[in-house]
Design a protein around this ligand. Sequence first.
Ligand SMILES: [Zn+2]
Length: 92
Amino acid sequence: MEHIEEHKYKWYAFGCKDATYLMGKKEYVPLSFSEKALLIFHKLTCKYCRRFAAQIQKIKAFFRTSAQESSLTLSAQKKQSLNQLITEITKK
Ligand SMILES: [Zn+2]
């Protein structure tokens, strides 16, 4: 697996870009204690990143159930429901 560089974050300069980066990173490798703390703190103060985190969870849940089917392609019906899900979670 590709090595992901450890960033040195300064808490006062930690922004949405860093938060979304860490939310992606944690899907592949466990976050360090300070990364987790920064992310939790950022989400407490930023409604946009809270919303983004919730959207990721919903899309992950969708693919978790879709992955149980053996095929790697999405059926027309699955595509339709993914489309609906994305429309629904992004319109708020
Ligand atoms: Zn943010």
